[in-house]
Design a protein around this ligand. Structure first.
Ligand SMILES: [Zn+2]
Ligand SMILES: [Zn+2]
Length: 153
């Protein structure tokens, strides 16, 4: 089910990746300041463990802090919820442009995808939220991915 990933409640979102090797990464804001997740098991992976430079880890944190703040605003369903959702879905929006850029950069070392916000009430995504192409369904979690945009939903 789309969106279940970010609904939380089970505590599973803070689990750490135990895979023997990292096959790929998903950059997602899942209730933790660290956006690095395993493409296979969804567990968290520390930037230090991957050998990322301190500067890169800091940049990721900063980028996803904005993403997380918007997500919180949306969750609270208050005055700014619509603004937050519009920002998170906007292909030209800063969080999405930055997220895709980070995924592109990390992809030179591991296949990396940027996890795009989705409201479960809007139904499951069939097309890439960035370019509108049909999604590649060969994913271990989520609905699908777009190789061109480095996006996963
Ligand atoms: Zn893993
Ligand atoms: Zn795309």
């Amino acid at each position: 089910m789309a969106g279940v990933l970010q609904d939380g409640g089970t505590g599973s979102e803070t689990e750490v990746c135990q895979c023997a090797e990292v096959r790929g990464l998903v950059l997602a804001c899942l209730c933790s300041p660290n956006p690095l997740h395993c493409v296979a098991c969804r567990g968290e992976i520390g930037g230090e463990a991957l050998g990322l430079a301190g500067r890169e880890i800091e940049e990721l944190r900063r980028c996803f802090a904005v993403n997380g703040a918007l997500f919180e605003l949306w969750l609270e369903s208050g005055e700014y919820a619509d603004f937050a959702k519009t920002s998170l879905l906007n292909p030209e929006g800063q969080v999405n442009r930055d997220g895709m850029e980070m995924a592109r950069r990390l992809s030179t070392r591991w296949p990396t995808y940027y996890w795009w916000f989705q409201d479960a009430e809007d139904g499951e995504a069939e097309k890439c939220p960035s370019c509108g192409e049909e999604l590649d369904r060969s994913v271990e979690w989520g609905s699908g991915k777009c190789e061109r945009c480095r996006v996963m939903v």
